[in-house]
Design a protein around this ligand. Structure first.
Ligand SMILES: NC(=O)c1ccc[n+]([C@@H]2O[C@H](COP(=O)([O-])OP(=O)(O)OC[C@H]3O[C@@H](n4cnc5c(N)ncnc54)[C@H](O)[C@@H]3O)[C@@H](O)[C@H]2O)c1
Length: 437
């Protein structure tokens, strides 16, 4: 929304949220999200045509176009628990829009939703019977965290789905005109509603599948002596495959991939397609396998026990350049290490202590974890280091110094294959890298 406000100076954009703390943060210079270039983008429009508010009803009433961007987590109760998307927040928004009235409106699904969610939104709005007409569109968001601003400035494509009626086509055109103020028309594609909804789930499923595919091959590389980076390079040069998203790692994380694949898999079950459902579910299972394999490898290297040993964790975010730790592989790895009775020293340049504690489900006074202000502090006196996020600053650490203040033998488990192996080995470490013998 900040990018739309920055690019469309004649459009007033008001972001509303139930969470007052978040809105207060959006109105300050300490934004709730860390994202390179975001603060500058917000500052460029805030107070001019970009506003953040908790006045939900009034804002909905006055708006012509409403983007529903609320969370759509995996259901953690009742039927579909652990798989289906929980659409109660979307439904509440639709009911709220119907309740406040105020004029004809275009309602845009920006959240990632299961196919045919628009039907539910349409039904709720049409039952309002308030004399106003509503058009429901789907405009999924393809930005990636960590590169959100550049992705929004120059997206590969913008997708807008709508009903194939005169009113639907006009509504699509109105939203397309917003994006066309800074994006080439050829990149703005329009489809029917259901194709648009399904395209978002499919895009995430294909992206996550590539990571699970290369991670599956990494296990075979470790067993055979092939090198996963060499394999990735060789296959990526095939123009039919391409080089992106072929980096083997400790696994994918983030709030989207797992939930969207589980949701896709659940939809396939629902529509009587169990084989298709199992096919996609395997992408998530492979991701879990990769995280477990990493911890197992740590245990194997350290004489089958980490009990009583202290381990330095470098990075907790699910990827670099974000403070988001949702579904981060670091969560499963830290929990498993704690279960094996290790103690942890954790450092991440952006993720807050409270976020880490809540992700791990631990209390602030848990003495098994020490939160550190630097990488050097996090590794001090430890038996092993596990590098779990590919932050640039880790590349320029002084590994000789780190080694010198660790227990010996000192182990380095590079979960991102980030550091040049020679540097780590020369410093004296026993090194484990993903997909290398
Ligand atoms: N995070 C991403 O990079 C990304 C990328 C593409 C798509 N998406 C999709 O966007 C959606 C939102 O993701 P997110 O990461 O921003 O989630 P989030 O949980 O960080 O934010 C959702 C916000 O919605 C607010 N909210 C919930 N119900 C509300 C209501 N009825 N009225 C007003 N506010 C309400 C919450 O308070 C919260 O601040 C999800 O469907 C997600 O799949 C996210």
């Amino acid at each position: 929304m900040a990018m739309i406000a920055k690019q469309c100076k004649d459009t007033i954009v008001t972001v509303v949220d139930l969470n007052k703390e978040r809105i207060d943060a959006w109105n300050s210079d300490t934004l709730p999200i860390y994202e390179p270039g975001l603060l500058e983008t917000v500052q460029c429009a805030r107070g001019k045509n970009l506003f953040f508010s908790t006045e939900i009803d009034q804002t909905l009433k006055e708006s012509d176009v409403i983007f529903i961007s609320v969370n759509t987590p995996t259901k953690d109760y009742g039927s579909g628990k652990g798989k289906a998307a929980d659409l109660r927040f979307i439904e509440l928004c639709a009911r709220n829009i119907a309740k406040v009235g105020g004029g004809d409106k275009i309602v845009v699904e920006k959240s990632t939703v299961p196919v045919r969610t628009a039907q539910m939104v349409k039904e709720i709005l049409s039952e309002a019977n308030n004399g106003y007409s509503y058009q429901v569109l789907s405009n999924p968001e393809f930005l990636a965290e960590g590169t959100a601003i550049t992705d929004l400035e120059n997206p590969d494509r913008v997708l807008i789905g709508g009903e194939i009626t005169d009113e639907g086509i006009q509504a699509v055109e109105k939203v397309a005109n917003l994006y066309a103020q800074w994006i080439d028309r050829k990149k703005i594609i329009t489809t029917n509603l259901w194709s648009s909804e399904l395209s978002k789930l499919t895009a995430n499923a294909f992206l996550a599948q590539r990571i699970s595919s290369i991670n599956a091959i990494s296990a075979l590389c470790e067993a055979t002596g092939a090198d996963v980076d060499e394999v990735a390079n060789a296959i990526g040069m095939d123009s039919r495959i391409g080089p992106k998203f072929l980096k083997s790692s400790v696994g994918f994380g983030g709030s989207c991939f797992q939930k969207d694949i589980l949701n896709l898999s659940y939809l396939c079950q629902h529509f009587g397609l169990p084989e298709v459902s199992d096919y996609w579910n395997q992408v998530v299972l492979m991701n879990d396998y990769q995280k477990n394999r990493f911890v197992q490898r740590m245990m194997d290297a350290m004489f089958n026990t980490v009990s009583g040993k202290e381990i330095g964790i470098l990075g907790f975010a699910f990827k670099k350049d974000t403070n988001d730790a949702r579904e981060s592989p670091a969560i499963a790895i830290c929990l498993k290490l704690l279960e094996e009775r290790a103690t942890l020293r954790i450092y991440d340049p952006q993720v807050k202590k409270e976020t880490i504690l809540s992700a791990l489900g631990l209390l602030a006074n848990d003495d098994r974890i020490t939160f550190c202000k630097s990488a050097i502090d996090a590794t001090s006196g430890t038996h092993a280091v596990a590098l779990l996020t590919e932050w640039e600053e880790f590349k320029s650490l002084n590994f000789n110094e780190i080694y010198s203040q660790m227990e010996k033998p000192a182990y380095f488990f590079d979960g991102r294959n980030l550091i040049e192996p020679k540097i780590i080995k020369d410093a004296g470490f026993r090194l484990y890298r993903i997909g290398k013998k």
